[in-house]
Design a protein around this ligand. Structure first.
Ligand code: C5P
Length: 232
């Protein structure tokens, strides 16, 4: 599986998203559609971006009882996205049901990856509010192993966790990593950040990059710089 850069298209509307994508005349970047855009515009936005030739990571982070997630995934499989995700906290039963739902009659399906612990969850909150006493990195690794045992393709994690997850699961188990910033860039609200070059060194398979590209004066040049540093 080749490395790729996924642009987080965190825009409020179809118009903003398409006018951003119009800037990329020569290339068709891999695009992440999240809750904001999907809930505002519905499934039609997925089809429209797909028809323009982009690969799509649909980031809806499903988490419900297995039967509900299976049915929801069956609906998502019809959208022809390339990657989608769920919360590993739903347990292996839910992840296995999701895979069943996502798999089409001909056996094909989008990649399915799991969110382990959100990077917004601190060790302190996990202990005090969720009553999980194990260290955060052990929880992340255990959730990744559960995802692998359920048959998923990989996890969303910090680039700093990629190595440990590849070791605990296997090299081909995908790590999809946000929290990427240029060495000379603004961190925004991300706390634990790495550069594209460092993410490559740490073994990330895909990096998800939003504001360093979407808010750049020249988004195409910023995207190309990320690709140069991450893919080479
Ligand atoms: O703008 P920025 O590069 O910080 O965007 C990162 C993207 O990755 C956002 O869409 C954010 O929701 C997503 N993400 C994240 N941390 C996670 C999971 C997803 O930043 N743990």
């Amino acid at each position: 599986m080749g490395k790729d850069v996924i642009i987080a298209c965190d825009f409020p509307s179809k118009e903003d998203t398409l006018s951003f994508l119009d800037k990329f005349t020569g290339r068709k970047p891999y695009v992440k559609i999240g809750m904001e855009l999907f809930y505002s515009e519905g499934p039609a936005i997925v089809k429209e971006i797909k028809d323009r030739g982009h690969q799509i990571f649909l980031d809806l982070k499903l988490h419900d009882i297995p039967n509900t997630v299976e049915k929801a995934m069956a609906a998502l499989s019809k959208l022809d996205v390339d990657m989608c995700n769920l919360h590993a906290a739903g347990t292996k039963d839910m992840m296995e049901a999701a895979l069943r739902g996502l798999t089409r009659e001909d056996g094909s399906r989008p990649l399915l990856i799991a969110v382990t612990q959100l990077t917004s969850t601190s060790q302190e909150r996990m202990q005090k509010e969720l009553l999980i006493d194990a260290p955060l990195d052990e929880v992340v690794t255990k959730y990744a192993q559960n995802a692998k045992e359920a048959g998923l393709d990989g996890v969303v994690c910090s680039p700093l966790e990629s190595g440990k997850i590849h070791q605990a699961c296997r090299e081909s188990f995908l790590t999809v990593t946000p929290g990427v910033r240029f060495a000379d860039g603004d961190k925004g609200d991300q706390v634990r950040v790495t550069t594209p070059e460092k993410a490559k060194e740490l073994g990330s398979d895909y990096i998800v990059v939003g504001r360093p590209i979407t808010k750049a004066d020249d988004p195409v040049a910023a995207y190309e710089r990320v690709c140069r540093e991450f893919i080479g």
